[in-house]
Design a protein around this ligand. Structure first.
Ligand code: ARG
Length: 284
């Protein structure tokens, strides 16, 4: 009986040491993947606590800063394969670099960005976002890094030839917008919600225009140009609908991050980095 108990005990011991050994091996591998320079120390044998402390070091070194955006807004943010690229994505990467942090971009619907920033699930929002009084009640904005203009996209043969046509007495033209944007709020207050259809993205608003579901799309000028270039049969009207400033938003009261972002924007403007990024995406 005693012998059997001993045998069982030693089997248990052998199994558990195999498990410990295996998990040591795992830790070594994962920290190796993150820092190749620590390879020799981690595989030398004394081990799991050493490996763990190295992992901690790695994660504190690489603090992540999260940016919320809506990545259907070329040339500010859009998908290239699986990656989100564009003016905002590149400026944000330089800001993160200045803060010594690694940028992570979180794509979400445009109208969720402010609440994500305020809930703290992301650190800041950058989405060709216009500074306006309503948003200033909810979040704080950095200094502006770009200008935007609301423009109107119509079909080439549209009866709408100027912005004033939308305001004409008795006009019933239907307007497509991206939900929660300034294009949405201006059009809704100017023409009434019956004439305005909100789409989750600008792409969908433009698709609706092409299909004839709406008579025009009101959206920022640079995305408008990108959509016009990418689709046959549509154009933008020459007159603009509204002028705006784009800025980065942070949680209300997060002055520490806001000041760092403003310093970074200042430096990146001064050394020409922002202008370089803009000219890479916007060819005049
Ligand atoms: N400038 C407009 C606004 O702030 C539109 C921004 C839309 N941005 C986007 N990434 N989809 O409301």
């Amino acid at each position: 009986m005693k012998k059997l108990a001993l045998l069982l005990l030693s089997i248990v011991l052998v199994i558990s040491s195999v498990v410990v050994f295996a998990s040591c091996g795992d830790e070594t591998t994962s920290s190796e993947a993150e820092t190749s320079t620590n390879k020799t120390e981690t595989s030398s044998g004394t081990e799991s606590s050493e490996a763990a402390s190295i992992e901690e070091e790695v994660s504190t070194d690489e603090k992540v800063i999260k940016m919320a955006t809506n990545a259907y807004f070329p040339p500010y943010e859009f998908y290239e394969g699986e990656n989100i690229v564009g003016i905002d994505a590149e400026i944000a990467a330089l800001i993160a670099e200045k803060l010594g942090m690694k940028l992570e971009i979180v794509d979400m619907s445009f109208d969720s960005i402010l609440s994500a920033v305020n809930a703290g699930t992301v650190d800041f929002g950058m989405a060709g976002m216009t500074v306006n009084p309503d948003r200033l009640k909810e979040v704080d904005f950095s200094n502006s890094y770009a200008k935007g203009v609301q423009s109107v996209i119509v079909k080439n043969d549209s009866a709408i030839t100027k912005v004033d046509d939308l305001f004409a007495e008795g006009a019933t033209y239907k307007v497509g917008v991206q939900l929660g944007t300034t294009g949405d709020s201006y059009s809704t207050s100017d023409f009434g919600s019956d004439r305005v259809t909100q789409y989750p993205t600008g792409n969908e608003a433009v698709a609706a225009l092409l299909k004839g579901d709406v008579d025009c799309v009101i959206i920022d000028n640079e995305p408008a140009k990108a959509y016009v270039n990418a689709n046959e049969g549509i154009k933008t009207l020459e007159t603009a609908y509204a002028d705006e400033d784009y800025a980065i938003c942070v949680k209300k009261g997060n002055t520490e991050l806001l000041e760092k972002i403003n310093t970074a924007i200042y430096e990146l403007t001064k050394d020409g980095s922002i202008a370089n990024i803009v000219s890479k995406y916007i060819k005049e």
